[in-house]
Each structure stands twice: as structure tokens, then as C-alpha cells.
Design a protein around this ligand. Structure first.
Ligand code: MG
Length: 309
């Protein structure tokens, strides 16, 4: 079964749920309590260019990023760790150091943990946060501009080079090893944006999530996509890499164009929201439907033969 089929099966069984956004939410006095969980499985999710410390920190970042995408301030981190009996001490120590470093970086407390035995290393993290106003996927409005923070492409290019055994340039490796959650940006956006999502599975997939949840059409322009310079230089199809690259933890958001003036951070306008359905890309003067190029678990992962560098 594919990941999307499993999710659908569970949603069909649950009568009382609020699933379907970056984090769950519950009203708490005048604010919203946010809660999220995101798991990392060593065998499928960790390339060997990452140190255990970087992996530990990334689990914190993955979870904090989902709080940021909801416009929340992260408060707490918790986790469950499963490891094989013969795991090396220095790997465990590295993971612990990484979690600690992540908690420090995002100024959050580690509040709960559990350990268990399994045949491979699994780190299942979670985070709590609080938001004054929720940023949901389902609130994109026709007339909004579609924006993205940062530059795209490095995590996927790093993975492709690694799969082929090619040396990965330092500046490409940097983001794959040490991604950052956009917490400050999310907090600012919570005041002004209509919708947001973080890029965990690739820009194309996240745009489809917003379009589907908001029941709108999104049209982006190929030449506006902020492809990292080194990715553009090294790849024969940089747009495709940028659209598919996951674990970027950049934020994609929509808001009325005049409100973009209120934002103090750097971002790129890549398209607009219209009436209709689906996601489209404008290449020169042709508009075509955008395929979902992002990652899906349980589909055998990344078929690297499909990717030219
Ligand atoms: Mg997310």
C-alpha cells in the first residue's frame, strides 16, 4: 500500500478527527494549541553523509517546521526512540546531542521521551506549539499571490549525487545536513497570510495540497521558482529538481499582494491563486498541469533513474 492509501483508510475509519494540516490544533483560551508528530526511519530516511548528531537535530527541525507552518511558536519537543540491541554507543550519544542542539536552537524544552527495542533505528518526534491565529492549508483565496521562502533544490540534488556516488559540493550538502525551520517567518505570516504549508515532500506536492484543501487553482511561473544557484549550475533540469526537492522546510504561503509589503523577511512570489481547481505551471507562454513530483513513502522511494543530473 502507498502512504496516501494508508492515510485514506485511517481517515475513513476515524469519525472524530482534525487531521489534514501540518499540525493538529485545539482552541485554548484565546489561542490555539498546536501538536504535531513526524518520524524518521534510519534505513529509509538517512543518507550516510549525515552524522547521528545531524539526524537528531533534523528530527527536531522536522517537527518545529510543522508548528511554524501553522503560524505557531514552538514550545516543547518529545520523542520515542527505537533502537536495535547492538546499537553503537556513539550513535546514540550523537542522536541525543543533536536533539539537545535542536531544542536549544529553537528555544524549546524537551518534555517527554520513550525508548524501545526494534530491528532498526526509528526516531519518532513530536512538538507542541501555540498560535494566536492559525495558518491553514485550506484558506488560500483567489487573488492571493503564492510565495516561497529561501532557495530550492539542494536536499534532492544532494541525495541524487549521493546515490550515484558523486562528490557532493559543500554548499549543496550544507542544507541537506542541517536544514532550518522557518519559525520567525511563520510567526510573521500568522498575522497576514491566508494559507501556508512547509516543504517536506517537495514544492509541487505542497502546492497541490493547498489547491486541494482550499478548492482553488494555483498557477506558478517556471522562471520565478527560486532555484539554488549551484543546483541550477549542476543540473540539466533544475526546475524539476526544485519542484520535487523535499525536506527543504521552507514555507509556501498565499496572501493578498498588497500585504506582502508587511513582511520583513526575504521571499519570492512564484505565482497566484485563481478560481478553479488544480496546479498549473507557466513555461514561457504555455500553461500546463503541474505533475506531483514530490516524495511518497512506500512507493520504493526515489527512482533515481528518472532523474538526470
Ligand atoms: Mg508539513
Amino acid at each position: 500500500m502507498k502512504e496516501s492509501e494508508i492515510i485514506e483508510m485511517f481517515l475513513n475509519e476515524f469519525e472524530n478527527h482534525k487531521l489534514g494540516d501540518d499540525a493538529g490544533f485545539r482552541k485554548l483560551n484565546d489561542s490555539w494549541l498546536l501538536i504535531t508528530t513526524d518520524m524518521l526511519v534510519w534505513k529509509t530516511d538517512v543518507p550516510d553523509f549525515m552524522t547521528p548528531e545531524e539526524v537528531g537535530k533534523k528530527v527536531v527541525t522536522m517537527n518545529v517546521s510543522d508548528i511554524a507552518a501553522m503560524g505557531g511558536k514552538p514550545l516543547s519537543f518529545f520523542f520515542s526512540l527505537a533502537v536495535p540491541r547492538d546499537i553503537k554507543k556513539n550513535i546514540l550519544k550523537g542522536i541525543a546531542k543533536g536533539i539537545s542542539k535542536g531544542a536549544k536552537e529553537y528555544d524549546i524544552e524537551i518534555v517527554s521521551g520513550d525508548t524501545n527495542e526494534a530491528s532498526e533505528i526509528i526516531i519518532d518526534g513530536g512538538a507542541l506549539g501555540i498560535a494566536r491565529r492559525l495558518l491553514l492549508r485550506r484558506n488560500a483565496k483567489p487573488g492571493d499571490v503564492v510565495c516561497v521562502t529561501g532557495e530550492l533544490g539542494r536536499p534532492l540534488l544532494a541525495l541524487l549525487l549521493w546515490l550515484r556516488g558523486i562528490d557532493i559540493p559543500k554548499e549543496i550538502l550544507e542544507k541537506a545536513k542541517n536544514p532550518k525551520a522557518r519559525v520567525e517567518e511563520g510567526l510573521e505570516l500568522s498575522e497576514v497570510a491566508n494559507s501556508a504549508i512547509d516543504i517536506s515532500d517537495g514544492l509541487s506536492k505542497e502546492l497541490w495540497e493547498i489547491a486541494r484543501a482550499s478548492e482553488v487553482k494555483i498557477v506558478i511561473e517556471e522562471e520565478k521558482i527560486p532555484v539554488n544557484e549551484k543546483v541550477a549550475e549542476m543540473s540539466s533540469d533544475p526546475t524539476k529538481i526544485a519542484l520535487a526537492s523535499g525536506e527543504e522546510f521552507e514555507l509556501v504561503f498565499t496572501l493578498p499582494k498588497e500585504r506582502t509589503k508587511e513582511l520583513s523577511f526575504d521571499f519570492t512570489i512564484i505565482g497566484r491563486v485563481e478560481r478553479g481547481r488544480g496546479v498549473f505551471i507557466k513555461r514561457r507562454d504555455k500553461v500546463e498541469k503541474l505533475p506531483i513530483l514530490g516524495w511518497e513513502h512506500m512507493t520504493g522511494g526515489l527512482d533515481d533513474k528518472l532523474w538526470k543530473i
